[in-house]
Design a protein around this ligand. Structure first.
Ligand code: AMP
Ligand code: MG
Length: 305
């Protein structure tokens, strides 16, 4: 998933702990295989190729994941849209890019974006794409989903407390010895070596989407990996969005979606959703904190009035 994953568990028995950690990593590798589109021959890549002329039966787990993504696409009016693949494919953040995609490349790719073109048939557990050229990119939620599943596996193997952290997208569960909650730092999007705030969490997920995670700078302009499906270009309203909720999967999807929606619409959505809290850093560094976080979040600099 292109990130460093850290698993920590609390246990009296180191053998139990090691076994559980190894299992959690195995589970995350399984999910990476299930959800990646980058590897040629992977299931998601094959959907783009083979699920156009006729519907394609897919594993129940992948079906459920895509179904959730579609629900969020509707909720966010397409700000979160896994059909964004033809556009995200134009960018290679893993190596140096000599140039950026042209306006025309982006316009052409955008023709094949639109979550309404993804058809799911619950009865047969199959998927069909409306047009050749469409594809899926599950990268906006995969890490969160993997984190949830890793925590689930740890619990199944008898672990009572721990943390699974995929490069800052994390979930904590149980209480540490001494009954202290987990204290989680949130990275400052403008100074990657600095923490801009921290929060105490118990049995919760915290996920951040930031413009500093994957990007290139071309002719002085930063192009990052979170695409506004309406324009086809990197979303411009935010520097980072951090979301706390029960499942890391939901937090991951929402952090990407709210990043795209921008501070005003994003805050409005955040305040409307029960059990979801968070913070937005806008393009000029202004901080917006949701009402449920006002007394919980310790900020190292002051929010916008
Ligand atoms: P995250 O780091 O969780 O915000 O996810 C960013 C990743 O999600 C990108 O690298 C793409 O794979 C994918 N992505 C980019 N833009 C969108 C979007 N508007 N909706 C859904 N997924 C997206
Ligand atoms: Mg995300």
């Amino acid at each position: 998933m292109g990130t460093l994953v850290e698993v920590k568990v609390v246990s009296d028995d180191p053998n139990v702990a090691y076994r559980a950690i190894e299992n959690a990593f195995e589970r995350m590798r399984e999910i990476e295989d299930l959800m990646t589109a980058k590897r040629p021959g992977s299931l998601v890549e094959r959907i783009g190729r083979d699920a156009v002329e006729r519907a394609m039966k897919i594993p129940d787990e992948l079906f459920a994941v895509i179904e959730t993504c579609q629900r969020y696409a509707m909720l966010t009016q397409g700000a979160f849209d896994i059909s964004v693949a033809p556009v995200t494919r134009l960018w290679l953040f893993d190596r140096p890019m000599e140039t950026i995609p042209s306006e025309e490349d982006v316009r052409n790719a955008l023709e094949f974006v639109g979550f309404q073109g993804i058809r799911l048939d619950q009865k047969t557990g199959s998927i069909q794409l409306e047009r050749k050229g469409m594809g899926l990119d599950l990268g906006g939620g995969a890490k969160g989903y993997a984190v949830d599943e890793a925590v689930h596996r740890l619990k199944e193997l008898g672990i009572k407390a721990g943390i699974v952290n995929a490069g800052g997208d994390l979930k904590v569960f149980g209480i540490k010895p001494g009954r202290i909650p987990w204290n989680i730092g949130i990275q400052d999007p403008q100074h990657s070596d600095r923490i801009m705030g921290s929060i105490m969490l118990t049995d919760r997920a915290l996920v951040t989407s930031g413009d500093y995670e994957r990007f290139i700078v071309y002719e002085g302009i930063k192009y990052h990996h979170i695409i506004d499906p309406k324009t086809g270009w990197p979303a411009r309203g935010c520097k980072s969005v951090s979301i706390e909720c029960h499942r890391a999967f939901d937090a991951d999807i929402l952090s990407t979606a709210i990043f795209v929606l921008g501070p005003e619409k994003g805050m409005a959505l955040l305040e409307r959703l029960p059990g979801v809290e968070g913070m937005i850093v806008d393009a000029s560094g202004g901080i917006y904190v949701s009402s449920g976080w006002k007394d919980k979040l310790k900020l190292h600099r002051s929010p916008v009035p």
